[in-house]
Design a protein around this ligand. Structure first.
Ligand SMILES: [Zn+2]
Length: 500
């Protein structure tokens, strides 16, 4: 039961704090389908597993485009994501405290159960990057709900308002004279977005407690544990808070079955996880619609003007050797693979958006020249030695061939830095060397005036090897991705084979 003060009307809602927009999310489904577009009608391009930490690269409605660390990228249903909470501020209020025990029933004291769940919640939120403040840390003493000053830090709502927090989560358990009443409940009030917050927490807690595969539903009463309702009330926490706030009533102490759940530590942790996922789902809604990438494969890449029609793209997708491959460069990456210029990883991925390393790039270009021309030109002038490239390494032969042919140089300190990424303009310089192209003017707005790479960039554009992200955007200063590098290697190979 709640022992809250009633809300006095005539409240001014002025929340200026905007909070941070999440850049990363976690997968909450055991397996999550990754699709080539935002909807279940799009082809499957991969799978992510629970706990996968992904970068958010775009949004279309409730679908999010994500890139996983394993190279899996594409669109996923946002229902199965929760935002990482880096920089997000959460006030967790374990309801009641001290002489106010809340409800007592079936050998349980609400004050204690609330604190147990709140502690688990705090740990999960912190593990996901959130800053968490608890209104109480022990069984004793909880500050008042509010005072005449809405920012009074000695009150629970004032703590959240003054910080200001991104949300205020008040953890409770329910009671009723009717001992058959049971189930989960979230409550919203007049606090801004408190209904939205309550709704997503409601959905996520139920997902974990009642619907989740792999959970022992039998012992936790599946089919019964869904007496659920969301309703607005006039309670202090949800009305006095100026930040999004919800009261979460996990279960009924007064119901024998619910009480058995509340004595089960696993259930308390699972409920806390559901609340944390809901908090993250709420923050995920801050992600704006549209493309969140500044460049790269899906924003156009080098294939933006490839002129593929839909059928060509489908044909290529059907014989796609890597399940994480998509976007405008996919067709050329496949061709590069079929020509033996590039390879993927052992797990079936190509990791198209990963930065290519200097060693990988050189290997691709040397293969393109050798397969196109029959051999790399004879060594020129001086022998070359890099102290960080030794015989046993897979890329050593390519690196030395390329260096002796004058395609690419090492650093003045005698290193090649094979694992470093390489910028797009540097690749342009390498390509110009490979083909002996003449400098040419370039039309890109992002290439600085009189830059030493400008002539190389113009040369490779004229040769059709690198055409930029858009008509006037080269992607200057950006590390070249594996997909972009593969496309470039294939274009080089084609050009050499065609004798141009
Ligand atoms: Zn309570």
């Amino acid at each position: 039961m709640f022992v809250f003060g009633l809300w006095a009307p005539a409240w001014e809602w002025t929340v200026a704090y905007a909070g941070t927009t999440p850049k990363r999310a976690l997968v909450t489904a055991s397996t999550l389908n990754v699709r080539s577009g935002p909807g279940t009608n799009h082809p499957l391009v991969g799978k992510l597993t629970e706990g996968a930490d992904v970068t958010i690269t775009g949004r279309s409605g409730e679908w999010f485009r994500v890139a996983g660390s394993g190279g899996v990228s594409g669109w996923v249903d946002g229902k199965y994501l929760t935002a990482r909470l880096d920089g997000v501020r959460v006030v967790v209020d374990p309801g009641h405290g001290g002489h106010d025990g809340g409800a007592y029933a079936n050998g349980l004291v609400e004050r204690e159960v609330n604190l147990d769940i709140a502690r688990y919640l705090r740990e999960i939120l912190r593990a996901r990057g959130a800053e968490v403040r608890m209104t109480r840390e022990t069984w004793a003493k909880n500050p008042p709900h509010y005072s005449s000053n809405p920012n009074d830090p000695t009150t629970r709502t004032g703590m959240a308002n003054r910080w200001p927090a991104d949300m205020l989560l008040s953890v409770h358990n329910n009671s009723s004279p009717n001992t058959t009443a049971r189930g989960f409940l979230t409550i919203w009030g007049n606090a801004p977005q408190s209904r939205e917050l309550a709704q997503v927490i409601h959905d996520r807690v139920l997902y974990w407690t009642a619907m989740r595969q792999g959970f022992d539903h039998k012992s936790f009463g599946r089919g019964v544990y869904r007496d659920t309702e969301i309703r607005g009330t006039t309670l202090a926490i949800t009305n006095r808070s100026k930040v999004p706030a919800t009261i979460i009533e996990v279960a009924f102490l007064t119901n024998r079955d619910d009480a058995a759940l509340l004595k089960n530590d696993t259930f308390l942790r699972v409920a806390a996880k559901g609340i944390a996922d809901g908090a993250g789902a709420f923050i995920l809604q801050r992600v704006p619609e549209g493309d969140l990438m500044s460049g790269g494969q899906n924003a156009g890449g080098d294939g933006g003007h490839g002129g593929y029609d839909g059928s060509t793209r489908r044909d290529n997708a059907d014989r796609r050797p890597f399940y994480d491959l998509m976007g405008p460069l996919a067709a050329e990456v496949v061709q590069a693979y079929e020509a033996g210029l590039v390879a993927g990883y052992g797990d079936g991925t190509f990791r198209p958006q990963n930065a290519v390393s200097r060693a990988e790039l050189v290997a691709m270009l040397v293969r393109a020249v050798e397969k196109g021309r029959g051999q790399v030109p004879a060594p020129v002038k001086l022998p070359v030695f890099f102290e960080d490239v030794s015989k046993g390494q897979w890329f050593a032969e390519s690196v030395y061939k390329a260096a002796r042919a004058g395609y690419i140089r090492g650093y003045p300190d005698g290193t090649f830095r094979p694992t470093h990424s390489i910028r797009r303009e540097e690749v342009a310089a390498v390509l110009r060397q490979v083909l002996g192209l003449a400098d040419a003017p370039e039309p890109f707005k992002d290439v600085p005036d009189k830059n030493i790479f400008a002539g190389c960039i113009g040369a490779v554009r004229k040769a059709g090897l690198m055409i930029g992200y858009a008509k006037d955007v080269f992607g200057f200063g950006k590390a070249i991705s594996r997909a972009e590098a593969a496309a470039v290697a294939f274009r080089l190979y084609s050009r050499i084979r065609n004798g141009s």
